[in-house]
Write a protein that binds this ligand. Structure first.
Ligand code: KG4
Ligand code: ZN
Length: 351
């Protein structure tokens, strides 16, 4: 079975080909440089960049996979069984680009178009290893999505059947990383930068609040963000360029202490939910799942609590099209009739 997949929910323009469970190509064009000077994603710029790049990204994915090949300078195409695209959640203009590209491809290859949930892609990404689908998720399990737009806990009952247990009331974990990096003028995206700088800092240098909200499975990171802002305001002066007069070590310590507060919260919430629902398998996906401190502390806590922690490989934690192809592959291989919806849905959930 051969599937072409497209991902354009946010700031990555991506296309992939999955053939019989193997990733034949996985092309990602990141818009990071475009959004960097704004310290965040500008939706209008994102849509335009998707539009400019999508054809080239798809073309590269088709060539690399061998779907498009040349014989004595004539171009041929192999048969394609389905085209899949992320139909949400995501930025409306960005999603439309993926939908139009997907529809065009499905007409060209005369095959069905499948609308895929981006969040389900993040969860199932765990199954990829060595460029193929080689690990199998065992239902039921707890799924945690930690990305730039989402911080959510789900109970995964069966393939395609999810129940939301809790989500963030305000900022997503990745968004908090990005906002603190902006406050410290470190660059964008903030997560990987803070992850790197935190290694040189002391995690216990500043005691930032842990928003545990013990009675619920929800998250809230806006108070933590405010605490960091007050810490800076109370302890450092601003220079004439509006930068805090702070030493490098001071920045490392803030990064490490802030990161520790986020990580402790995510670990606490994840383990509490597993214990409450008596589930021993925890699957974690989304950009923040690449955080090295989070991976370390989550794995340690999982071992202690007897929970099997399943992180997607780092290279599949962030947005990619292979994970969209993977969801389509599962849909097409499932025995029952498949629910398919190709309408874009910027606020799509996965229940
Ligand atoms: O899943 P993703 O690529 O896109 C969304 O669907 O949002 O996640 C992007 C988010 C950004 O906020 C980025 O700062 C964060 O993931 N991120 C990280 C790390 N790598 C990416 N956060 C913490 N540590 C990292 N190493
Ligand atoms: Zn994502």
């Amino acid at each position: 079975m051969r599937i072409i997949a497209i991902e354009t929910t946010c700031d990555e323009t991506a296309a992939s080909v999955i053939e019989n469970g193997k990733i034949k190509s996985d092309i990602i064009f990141s818009q990071v440089l475009l959004h960097q000077k704004y310290y965040g994603i500008v939706p209008e710029l994102a849509s335009r960049a998707h539009m400019e790049k999508i054809a080239r990204v798809i073309s590269a994915a088709l060539k690399k996979s061998g779907i498009e090949y040349k014989k004595k300078t004539k171009t041929f195409f192999k048969k394609v069984d389905a085209v899949a695209f992320s139909r949400g959640p995501g930025l409306p203009g960005a999603l439309l680009v993926g939908r139009v590209a997907g529809e065009t491809l499905s007409r060209f290859f005369k095959c069905p178009l499948l609308g895929i949930n981006h969040l389900e892609g993040h969860i199932l990404s765990y199954e990829f290893e060595n460029f193929k689908i080689s690990r199998k998720l065992k239902y039921p399990f707890i799924a945690m999505i930690v990305s730039g737009g989402h911080t959510e806990l789900w109970r995964a009952q069966a393939s395609g059947k999810y129940k939301l247990l809790g989500k963030t009331r305000d900022d997503a974990a990745g968004e908090a990383f990005d906002k603190i990096a902006k406050l410290l003028k470190l660059g964008y995206p903030g997560g990987p930068i803070i992850d790197t700088l935190a290694v040189k800092g002391r995690a216990d240098a500043i005691k930032f609040p842990r928003p545990y909200m013990r009675e619920s499975h929800e998250f809230s990171f806006s108070g933590l963000k405010t605490a960091v802002a007050y810490h800076l305001k109370d302890n450092y002066k601003l220079d004439e360029k509006n930068n805090f007069e702070i030493t490098k070590q001071g920045i490392y310590d803030i990064c490490a202490s802030f990161q520790e507060a986020i990580v402790d919260t995510l670990v606490y919430k994840a383990i509490t939910v597993c214990e409450k629902f008596k589930l021993k398998e925890l699957v974690i996906g989304g950009g923040v799942a690449a955080n090295s401190r989070f991976r370390l502390k989550m794995n340690e806590a999982g071992k202690k609590a007897g929970v099997n922690v399943c992180f997607a490989d780092k290279k599949y934690s962030g947005d990619n099209a292979a994970m969209i192809g993977l969801c389509a592959w599962h849909k097409l291989n499932s025995r029952g009739s498949i629910k398919n919806n190709i309408a874009i849905s910027p606020n799509l959930a996965i229940s």
